[in-house]
Design a protein around this ligand. Structure first.
Ligand code: AFP
Length: 343
């Protein structure tokens, strides 16, 4: 009888890891675990298209404008339908809400219903698609607030502190799946040779001191005094931190991901450049809250400049919010300067 080899490096698939995490929840039925696999599968399908985007006739626009008033890219539509079609029939969800759709989508009558709600931004950074830049998918999972009956809008309007799980998929030089269920943040890298996400970044913590700040500085003149002072602070003026590097991709997932791994702060403040969007550009439910859950689980913080993102009670599905996210001390600093300068 041969002995099992003990020196071989362990290969931990996302499936095994999520299943092992399930043991934190003695009452778990496996539904959340399976929902996370569904999303990992969606990530693989979307990644396979993005890596062939220049060849697969999927670059460019569909000609439609979405609920946010933005041009819909073909890859946006593909990613949106991929997630919808991989999750709507499984009996795990009661409904979905996508950044691309004006209204939430109850699970069709022909399919069984589940206890979870999925909110997602199918393709974050889609204006970068045609330039071969990194893009992402963001997801947020809540539990229904009612036991049964048709799902209603108020069930989707839950504050981020009630999130059951959240995560993102980054389509960059490699494809990564990052998630939290409230027990730390874990990262997996897709090995294209075997077609599996393998554990590459267990228990991610945001390093301190920070290395980067990430913001669209082109809009500085449209920001409040407090945010302008903060921007000076990040550049070593006003007794602030010196030596941070400025990095801005324009895909929230990628900017956030870099700062999560290296330390830093990303912000997209409220501004006066678009009178129709005085709260900035980012959406509370599809972008800010899910990433805020990850940031806090990694030891960081997310704020709208005055309050913790996870404490904001959403009032509408597509609500926008200013966002400051990353190292705790840097996010607390913006709150201090906003209190001081913005009445
Ligand atoms: P798109 O999906 O339209 O490219 O927007 C991406 C995004 O919502 C977010 O991912 C970026 O951080 C932010 O907008 C970039 O916005 P600016 O182009 O105004 O800097």
């Amino acid at each position: 009888m041969a002995n099992l080899p003990v020196n071989h490096p362990s290969i931990i698939t996302i499936e095994r890891y999520i299943l092992e995490e399930q043991s934190f929840y003695p009452d778990a039925t496996g539904t959340l675990t399976n929902l996370l696999y569904d999303l990992a599968l969606a990530g693989k399908v979307i990644a396979s298209k993005t890596t062939r985007a220049g060849l697969a006739e999927i670059l460019g626009r569909t000609g439609d404008v979405n609920v946010q008033g933005e041009q819909v890219m073909k890859l946006d539509r593909f990613a949106d339908l991929t997630i919808l079609k991989l999750t709507d029939h499984t009996g795990r969800l009661a409904g979905l809400a996508s950044e691309e759709h004006a209204d939430f989508m109850p699970i069709p009558d022909k399919y069984p219903k589940g206890k979870y709600l999925l909110l997602y931004d199918p393709l974050d950074g889609s204006s970068n698609v045609d330039f071969n830049m990194p893009i992402g998918t963001i997801f947020a999972i809540y539990r229904r607030t009612r036991e049964a009956g048709p799902v209603t809008l108020d069930e989707f309007l839950q504050p981020g502190r009630d999130l059951v799980a959240s995560g993102y998929i980054a389509y960059g030089t490699s494809t990564m799946f990052i998630y939290t269920t409230g027990h730390g943040v874990h990262g997996f890298t897709l090995d294209p040779a075997v077609g599996e996400f393998l554990l590459s970044h267990p228990h991610i913590r945001i390093p301190s001191p920070a290395k980067y700040f990430s913001v669209n500085l082109g809009y500085e003149k449209f920001w409040s005094r407090g945010v302008q002072h903060y921007t000076d602070y990040l550049q070593g003026r006003e007794g602030g931190v010196a030596g941070l590097s400025l990095r801005y991709i324009g895909t929230l997932v990628s900017d956030f991901h870099r700062n999560l791994l290296a330390g830093g702060v990303f912000y997209y403040p409220a501004d006066t450049k678009d009178p129709k969007a005085p709260s900035g550009k980012l959406r509370l439910l599809y972008e800010a809250a899910p990433l805020a859950f990850i940031a806090e689980q990694a030891g960081g913080l997310a704020s709208d400049g005055r309050r913790r993102i996870l404490d904001i009670q959403p009032e509408s599905l597509h609500q926008r919010t200013p966002l400051f996210i990353g190292n705790k001390e840097l996010v607390e600093k913006v709150e201090e300067l906003v209190r001081q300068h913005d009445k």
